[in-house]
Design a binder for this molecule. Structure first.
Ligand code: NAP
Length: 513
């Protein structure tokens, strides 16, 4: 095991001295903390640490800017499909969202503003991709190695690497031979102008339902290659007039009420989306079919667009104009499977070649929720990849037995299918912060979830999974290869928050300093 006995480098000395002052005030032992990833979770965790007077942290970000999903997803139409009043941090509410569902660039601006407000740049190291982490049993610290070979030590690591990050490229014969422009929705080429071109979109998931209606009016011809049609419900998006935004700014309680109302509504609708209860699913299916009939007149087209799996089994798609796009003369739905990609276009199994100038892959992500993000070696050198061979699991999605002082945000079984993921993330941040403060106050060297507590928690989760719709017979990124679900939480967000937001020392083995 290699170690460089260098302390985590503070980006500037004032952060270090803040940390010393804060810990002196609180009478606590301060220690270095590493946050890996500067998306919503990493930024939220960093703000909470600062609010608690803890400044001894460094944020490692492999890209050259913060933002994660909202930095990367800049395709036309990219927006949040959860209302922004809920899809924002409760401790940093923003009255000025232009719409109920904000576009991607507004969300990125919000994150950038938070980074500036909380002076997080002094903690950030860009282009710093962590490729390995090792725990030192004797010293109770982690050594993180970045891709350039530099090593960084931390007592506590908060892994905020996200799950929907790396594009999944489809295995389609001849894809590399395509002669036109080819890119994934999450790697959109800003300089590629689509006006007047023939464009193909492969995939009909949450990204496709946003990009298709956004580009349809510009392009000469749009072919949408559908493998599995999804359930779509109306988004009911609307702009927030400046008068209303001023009211939200002037009366923060109004903004809180709007947030609460949207959150409560999503929770009430939750069982229709996550339970394997055909009568409840039928309500969602009826709502979606009404929407389909309102948007598409042609019965044959409606037949092709109609899903055959149970409502909620895959992520429910939210759009006011996706289905209506197929009513346009320049948009074609191709429901025959793709046979191959050729230099000039895409050939479907019926032998038809659609000639294209640009091919967009809206094919989703290599979901990182069910595997270690990079080699992580915990107590006695055990590997996280090996511990997760049968599927990723953690206590409350955050702590893994054998991996002391390592916390995961947006980890296994903490995703929602029905509400804002940030509700879960905030509970995790509260838990981690509480743990760190206890470690500081009590001088603990390490805390490690008890294996039996983690086992009991996950047995309970997997028992409940049997009542969830996700395993009712469809194929989705929610499921691992063996058909088990290690990505979503089987229940209400409120229940998860109640269970997870408090740190209970009795669940952990504690090593005193
Ligand atoms: P996705 O939901 O995984 O959809 C991928 C699409 O590509 C599916 O339609 C899939 O078909 C198709 N596909 C994959 N491989 C294919 C192949 N070889 N041939 C033909 N079709 C293929 O990916 P996504 O749309 O990027 O969304 C992923 C997740 O990101 C969402 O579920 C959501 O959580 C998140 N997201 C959120 C927002 C937001 O507004 N908050 C927006 C976009 C995405 P099958 O269905 O047959 O597999």
């Amino acid at each position: 095991m290699e170690h460089t006995p260098a302390a985590v480098v503070f980006s500037n000395s004032s952060a270090a001295s803040h940390a010393q002052q804060a810990s002196a005030r609180a009478g606590c032992a301060d220690f270095p903390i590493a946050i890996i990833g500067a998306g919503f979770a990493g930024i939220g965790a960093a703000i909470r640490l600062k609010q608690a007077g803890i400044h001894s942290f460094t944020m490692f970000e492999r890209a050259s800017e913060v933002g994660g999903t909202w930095r990367d997803n800049i395709y036309p139409g990219a927006a949040c499909d959860v209302p922004s009043h809920v899809y924002s941090l409760s401790f940093e509410q923003h009255p000025d969202w232009s719409r109920k569902f904000s576009p991607s660039d507004e969300i990125q601006d919000y994150l950038l503003a938070l980074v500036n407000k909380w002076r997080l740049r002094e903690h950030l190291r860009f282009g710093s991709e962590i490729v390995e982490a090792r725990f030192d049993d004797a010293g109770a610290f982690w050594t993180l190695r970045d891709k350039d070979g530099a090593q960084h030590r931390a007592r506590v690591v908060i892994s905020c690497v996200g799950g929907l990050v790396d594009p999944a490229l489809p295995e389609i014969e001849g894809l590399d031979n395509f002669g036109g422009e080819l890119f994934h929705t999450a790697r959109w080429k800003r300089d590629c102008k689509l006006n007047g071109l023939r464009v193909g979109v492969i995939g009909t998931g949450a990204s496709a339902v946003q990009v298709v209606p956004a580009i349809a009016p510009q392009v000469a011809k749009l072919c949408v290659f559908q493998r599995t049609p999804g359930w779509v419900v109306p988004k009911l998006d609307r702009s927030y007039p400046s008068r209303l935004r001023r009211l939200f700014a002037r009366f923060p309680l109004l903004l809180r009420a709007s947030r609460f109302f949207k959150y409560a509504t999503s929770e009430l609708r939750g069982p229709m989306i996550f339970l394997d209860a055909p009568r409840l699913s039928a309500l969602g299916e009826r709502m979606s079919l009404r929407h389909l009939h309102a948007q598409v007149r042609n019965p044959e087209l409606r037949r092709k667009l109609r899903p055959s799996f149970q409502f909620g089994c895959k992520r429910v798609l939210i759009s006011d104009d996706y289905w209506a796009s197929f009513e346009r003369d320049n948009v074609e739905l191709v429901s025959d499977a793709i046979q191959s990609v050729e230099a000039s276009g895409v050939r479907s199994v019926d032998g038809v070649l659609r000639e294209l100038d640009v091919l967009v892959l809206a094919t989703g992500f290599d979901v990182g929720l069910s595997s270690a993000p990079f080699p992580v070696f915990g107590r006695a050198g055990q590997s996280l990849a090996a511990a997760w061979q049968g599927g990723a699991h953690a206590y409350q999605g955050m702590s893994v037995a054998g991996f002391p002082n390592w916390f995961i945000l947006m980890g296994p079984n903490t995703g929602p299918g029905h509400t804002s993921v940030l509700v879960y993330t905030e509970a995790q941040i509260a838990h981690v912060l509480h743990a760190i403060r206890r470690m500081q106050r009590c001088g603990w060297k390490s805390i490690e979830v008890r294996p039996e507590v983690m086992q009991r928690y996950n047995d309970g989760l997997q028992r409940r999974m049997r009542n969830m719709v996700w395993t009712s017979g469809c194929n989705s990124w929610y499921l691992s290869e063996d058909g088990s679900n290690h990505s979503l939480y089987p229940g209400f967000a409120s229940e998860y928050v109640l269970r997870a937001h408090r740190f209970r020392a009795s669940a952990y083995r504690i090593e005193a300093g």
